[in-house]
Design a protein. Structure first.
Length: 308
């Protein structure tokens, strides 16, 4: 069962990575390449359209340039302040996976046209297979598939300030959200719970979580992330639950009903509710795959920026 699941997931991630690498990247740090995408449901006469910029950010934390995809809504106006969703991809993906593979931008365009979604920016940064944490070779045994480096510092201290400086954003927690799928779901929880002053909403979709039960998967990654009690206390979303720190934050958790990770995700929901945290558990039919996430995109976006 586990081998079949891993084989299926690796096949999915290979497709995700291929889709994410399909576009060209600008060569100069800080430069951008606008990519105009018109939804299939839109008529040629409909305008203005959204666009996606691929931006290269020189990262001091990682000592390399990193690519970030930024969705700008139809009619983006530099004089208007927009909420921002930081969307983190699953293991093996890239900055482009949410758009090229899952077409998140097409769903956002449709909901904005229908008037049910606030126009927003969607920012998807490359962060390797890092789980969004700061790590070093000395932390624990490398399972051979993770990205090691100061990825947390890069995301929080470089990407967020860069976006707020370059674009017209609501630069406070009421207009800043973070969410992700699978590895990205873990990263969203970790970063959202570690920086509660930055994010007003946190979404974890089929999040990679562990409860040290017999149903845990990918235990080599778990044992790398939580190589010591000190690291587990710092990185485990279950250990980061604090009613005082997380007051005012809304959390959305979901997983496919046949997803082997659903048990762990529901356990986190129950732990959050037990501490009085504003959390929602929203499972739906499906597994741990792109088909499930694609069917949930509308629900995700409406959680983050739906009009009341």
């Amino acid at each position: 069962m586990k081998a079949l699941y891993i084989s299926t997931l690796l096949g999915l991630l290979a497709l995700s990575a291929a889709a994410g690498c399909a576009g060209s990247s600008p060569t100069a740090p800080g430069a951008s390449v606008p990519v105009t995408r018109v939804p299939a449901s839109a008529s040629p006469a409909e305008s203005p359209s959204s666009r996606i910029e691929q931006v290269r950010i020189p990262s001091r934390a990682l000592d390399q340039d990193m690519t970030v995809s930024v969705y700008l809504p139809p009619g983006y106006d530099p004089d208007v302040r927009y909420p921002v969703l930081y969307a983190l991809y699953g293991y093996g993906g890239t900055h482009a996976s949410w758009f090229d593979y899952l077409s998140l931008d097409d769903v956002a365009d449709r909901l904005i046209r229908e008037g049910s979604l606030q126009p927003l920016l969607i920012v998807s940064p490359d962060y390797g297979n890092s789980f969004g944490v700061n790590s070093s070779a000395a932390d624990g045994r490398d399972p051979g598939t993770v990205s090691i480096g100061r990825y947390e510092d890069y995301l929080m201290q470089e990407v967020v300030p860069y976006v707020d400086d370059r674009y017209s954003t609501q630069d406070d927690k009421s207009g800043r959200y973070i969410g992700g799928a699978s590895m990205g779901g873990y990263a969203a929880l970790y970063l959202g719970f570690s920086y509660p002053g930055l994010f007003g909403k946190v979404g974890a979709h089929s999040a990679a979580l562990w409860t040290y039960s017999a149903s845990d998967l990918f235990t080599d990654q778990r044992d790398w992330l939580y190589a010591s009690e000190a690291l587990r206390a710092k990185r485990d979303p279950f250990r980061l639950i604090s009613p005082d720190k997380l007051a005012g934050i809304r959390v959305y958790l979901d997983a496919g009903e046949s997803d082997p990770l659903a048990e762990q995700d529901r356990a986190l929901y129950e732990a959050l509710r037990a501490q009085g945290i504003d959390a929602v558990w929203s499972p739906a039919p499906g597994g741990h795959d792109a088909g499930y996430w694609s069917r949930q995109l509308e629900r995700y976006l409406l959680f983050y920026a739906g009009k009341k």
